[in-house]
Design a protein around this ligand. Sequence first.
Ligand code: B16
Ligand code: MG
Length: 216
Amino acid sequence: MIRGLLFDLDGVIVDTAKYHFIAWQRMAFALGIHFGHEENEQLKGISRVESLERILAWGKVSLTPEEKQHWMDQKNTWYLECISQMGPEEILPGVANFLGEARAQGLQIALGSASKNAVPILERIGLLSAFDAIVDGTVVTASKPNPEVFLEGARRLGLSPDACCVFEDAEAGVEAALAGGMRCIGIGHPDVLGRAHRVIQSFNEIPDPTSALLAL
Ligand code: B16
Ligand code: MG
């Protein structure tokens, strides 16, 4: 019986991948590294430091630890510029209704995101109070597909992993949910998220949380 819901942020609640793309591409170009949408796709759900390491490896560029920190800070400054204009209109379709219904039906709700910017983003879109617990990149160190972020979310809700369902848009996140012993609903394409227990394109497909979970 599912009693808790764990939500990824980027790509599930809001589409911040487009802003990460702008900021990572700006950094990559400054370092003479190619960076397109295909590369951006591979960074979904991956932590900031691991994203940088992958971009440097693709470009065969090596940097000192100080230079890496500089570029991560610079990338985040550009990213913060992008998200500074976000508002509730950027909440993805069906999400606000789904969260409201889930709370009304007595389900517990946590965030499980790799992002260190999760709280300011939730504040900007007016959804911070929709969550009973927040586990983000400031709390956990292990990057998805490590299940740490979701296991900590379940722990903070006081639930066992098998009483939780994860909502994820990234392959690494689906793997993290499965590794943690949780049910998982993928948001996106079955080609990428086929290992999830169910794949939907938007929350509009599951307006009623309880019946959506019964069907898992
Ligand atoms: P930040 P999620 C992830 O968020 C993003 O998908 C990933 O692209 C990003 O690198 C990571 O957060 C870290 O974000 O630089 O804001 O700390 O999908 O786990 O909600
Ligand atoms: Mg995501």
